[in-house]
Design a protein around this ligand. Structure first.
Ligand code: PG9
Length: 622
């Protein structure tokens, strides 16, 4: 579009015969745009002003507002095109032009405190007011104050506001539900970060996700991310190995200057600092009063815990019956807002992102924000991989196993059986050597900030690379003669001994494709992870109070794996895989008990022999 200025800015006076080409402020000519863009500094109750971009369709009248609150640059998120149409401007993160622009919504994106154009101080996942936050403000008050301003100052609106966002912006969409503003009619947290210790971005069951150091660095060194994480190694595997512990690597990058990094170092266990801020503990105490659609990606490489944990926690509250919905799909982190016809290498044969937006999200928003009579989606909608079909259910299966569970028993000779009577005792051993940890993707492991990194899709990558390592134990069923469908969270009961005094256990449930797949030959023999997670052994009895593992004494390790909705087809096999590192996504366990692994000395990292007892190890599936 040809952009003309509407008013001529003052021209700087020449000096020494030279006058600058650039005006102090360039004004974009918007008369041919189909929307009006406003940038407002909205005052909060403590006087801090938050930078807010408002896009109003030019024909808007009685239109609802869709709000996103973000640490990722509101300006950037509302200026993605060299075109003057709202649909093309709203292409980026958190935006779905086919829902937001085509739906006639007023779009509002706000920088949270201390990021980009907003005043105030940034705090990572700023705790809600309470034991960790004695101030008068948190994300819920900032949302309240913002909505209060919007409903009084955007005359084109109908006074109804929805909040939505992916990941961090899903987290802020949840915080809006605490003492919500009466004009907040709906919340859609997508892939939200909910509990950073138990299973979202920072730790999983106590194992630290050291690949996230670069995120913390970029987000927290400067308000506008002007200082970027650096590395002198192309291969992160080598970078982290050289650095020894995650604490040492962070310190070598000067990260002790960053408050959140200091908190991470001080709180390696699930202590009261974590417990009093995680949203799946806090929100159920309040209950839901606003209709909420949680959105979960079944292959989410970043936040595959939060939406489901919050769903189960809210299900226990009376308000769930009226106000809680869940949608799950075959997506990586945030893929539901884009084309989602492929799951990594796997062809889904339809655009599952489009289906979600048109059949679930759009009616949900319209019902509550436009008083539309379109029916609401089912309480739970999920895409079932394997048979590639959508299905609905009144609720997710329970988190505990009852008589309806099927048990996959580890069996001798690396077998896996449904039949408990064929399960016999055999000890399967491997040596876990911290000098040669199992890579989570093939090396070189590229930083997730690099465009050719495998980060986005790593959960879908072929596990044959792991299967062929001597420090990975694989247990495989015979070829299936009929389909096996699973839903909900697989439950692991693993019995293993180690010669060390600490150690990690990674358990993966894998769909092994037939040797030949004529329709897509590259899928022949593919080993697709369906659900997998890690547990730091010191937390086997208590996430809050770690304990050394007694060397050479078998211990039971329980894990709830991420939720699945998958059908293993006839001709496929089911595999359970066990290993003791997933590197460098998760920091190495020294395998010698030390007080705080962030400070582990190089000589504490020791090889350990792991012995798995097949007779006492199984995975239960719904
Ligand atoms: N997964 C990212 C994140 C969320 C919350 C905290 C830290 C990181 C994100 O995509 O926003």
């Amino acid at each position: 579009a040809c952009l003309l200025t509407t008013s001529l800015p003052a021209v700087a006076q020449p000096s020494g015969g030279i006058s600058p080409d650039m005006p102090d402020h360039f004004t974009v000519s918007t008369q041919d745009f189909d929307f009006i863009r406003k940038e407002i500094m909205i005052p909060m109750r403590d006087g801090v002003k938050l930078h807010t971009v408002i896009l109003v369709p030019k024909n808007a009248h009685n239109a609802p507002i869709l709000l996103t609150r973000t640490p990722y640059n509101a300006d950037h998120m509302t200026s993605q095109a060299d075109s003057g149409t709202m649909a093309s401007v709203l292409q980026g993160y958190d935006n779905m032009p086919d829902v937001i622009a085509d739906g006639g919504y007023i779009r509002v994106v706000q920088d949270v405190r201390g990021k980009y154009g907003s005043e105030g101080h940034y705090i990572m996942n700023r705790p809600m007011r309470g034991p960790l936050n004695a101030t008068e403000v948190d994300h819920s008050t900032d949302t309240w104050d913002t909505i209060e301003w919007l409903v009084h100052n955007v005359p084109e609106s109908n006074g109804k506001v929805g909040i939505l966002g992916v990941s961090y912006d899903g987290y802020t969409a949840i915080t809006a539900l605490f003492h919500p503003h009466p004009a907040l009619k709906v919340s859609v947290p997508m892939n939200p970060m909910v509990d950073g210790w138990m299973g979202d971005d920072w730790f999983h069951n106590g194992a630290f996700r050291e690949e996230m150091l670069s995120y913390i660095y970029n987000q927290e060194a400067t308000p506008k991310n002007t200082v970027k994480w650096w590395s002198n190694q192309y291969d992160n595997y080598q970078l982290f190995l050289n650095g020894v512990s995650a604490g040492a690597i962070g310190k070598a990058h000067g990260m002790e200057q960053i408050g959140f990094f200091r908190q991470i170092l001080a709180h390696p266990a699930y202590d009261s600092w974590w417990q009093s801020q995680v949203l799946d503990r806090l929100l159920p105490k309040e209950g839901l009063t606003v209709p909420t659609l949680l959105v979960h990606s079944l292959w989410d490489q970043e936040d595959n815990y939060g939406a489901i944990a919050l769903y189960y926690a809210l299900q226990k509250t009376p308000s769930a019956k009226s106000d809680l919905w869940l949608a799950m799909g075959p997506w990586n982190h945030g893929r539901e807002i884009k084309d989602a016809s492929m799951l990594g290498a796997i062809d889904l044969h339809s655009d599952t992102g489009l289906y979600f937006r048109k059949k679930i999200l759009e009616p949900f928003l319209a019902h509550y924000l436009k008083d539309s009579t379109v029916p609401l989606p089912a309480r739970v909608t999920t895409f079932r991989t394997g048979i590639n079909e959508w299905e609905t259910m009144p609720a997710l299966p329970s988190q505990d196993c009852n008589s309806t569970c099927t048990t996959l028993h580890l069996a001798p000779q690396h077998g896996l059986t449904f039949d408990a009577t064929t399960q016999k005792r055999e000890t399967v051993q491997y040596v876990s050597d911290p000098e040669h940890p199992v890579p989570y993707v093939q090396r070189p492991v590229l930083s997730k900030n690099l465009p050719n990194s495998e980060w986005q899709w790593w959960l879908t990558t072929d596990q044959r690379n792991a299967t062929s390592r001597p420090d990975v134990a694989s247990f495989t069923s015979p070829v299936l003669t009929k389909a096996v469908s699973i839903s909900g969270q697989p439950l692991v009961h693993l019995t293993a001994a180690t010669t060390g005094t600490d150690g990690d256990f990674v358990v993966k449930l894998i769909d092994v494709y037939p040797d030949e797949v004529p329709a897509q030959r590259e899928m022949g023999g593919y080993q697709l992870m369906i659900s997998a997670d890690i547990l730091r052994g010191r937390y086997r009895n208590s996430f809050e109070h770690p304990e050394p593992i007694p060397a050479n004494v078998p211990q039971v390790y329980h894990m709830k794996l991420p939720v699945a909705a998958h059908t293993f087809l006839p001709g496929h096999r089911i595999m359970v895989q066990i290993q003791s590192s997933w590197y460098p996504l998760y920091d190495r366990n020294p395998q010698t008990y030390v007080d705080n692994i962030f400070n582990a000395a190089p000589d504490s990292y020791k090889p350990a022999t792991i012995s798995i007892d097949t007779a006492e190890s199984w995975v239960q599936v719904h």
